[in-house]
Design a protein around this ligand. Structure first.
Ligand code: FES
Ligand code: FES
Length: 167
């Protein structure tokens, strides 16, 4: 759906692929991907917390790589694939990483959870059988103020095991 937010002089038209859907936007050149998604597209899964690249709550995938959406310009994502936590479930079924986070109690307040999940999804695509250290490294840019890291690591390893069990 095109943006309705006043975007000011110099706004440009860009089209992103957001969770597999062609998404035209009309944004000012300085609009971050995070603001575009939250305010123009209506996807609130990526959280806006520090808005300066220090907490990881806004983590999502651009062309499969985990990035901070608050540090990424929307115009820089023209024609690229953007994946948010909202796009993970398929046919009403949660993604295995989402299921593992629930099964392993990998969150408390849940504020960091979408970003943690996207970092783990990116890790498992690149490294289907990670070690605990590799999981810790993958989520090292995602601050969890509740200290849920032990269960986050457990959840990631469980999701990896489940992936291996699949035919
Ligand atoms: S909101 Fe983007 S890193 Fe904190
Ligand atoms: S679960 Fe609360 S900040 Fe991570």
């Amino acid at each position: 759906m095109p943006t309705v937010r006043p975007s000011g002089p110099g706004a440009v038209d860009v089209e992103l692929d957001v969770n597999g859907i062609r998404t035209p936007l009309h944004v000012a050149p300085h609009t971050t991907l995070l603001d575009a998604l939250r305010e123009d597209v209506g996807l609130l899964g990526a959280k806006k917390v520090c808005d300066e690249g220090t907490c990881g709550a806004c983590t999502l995938l651009v062309d499969g790589r985990a990035v901070y959406a608050c540090m990424t310009l929307a115009v820089a994502c023209a024609g690229r694939s953007v994946e948010t936590v909202e796009g993970l479930a398929r046919d009403g079924e949660l993604h295995p990483v989402q299921e593992a986070f629930i099964a392993h109690d990998a969150f408390q307040c849940g504020f960091c959870t979408p970003g943690q999940i996207m970092s783990v999804v990116a890790l498992l695509r690149a490294t289907p059988s990670p070690s605990a250290d590799e999981v810790m490294r993958a989520v090292s840019g995602n601050l969890c103020r509740c200290g849920a890291y032990p269960n986050i690591v457990e959840a990631a390893l469980a999701a990896a095991r489940k992936g291996k069990e699949r035919p």
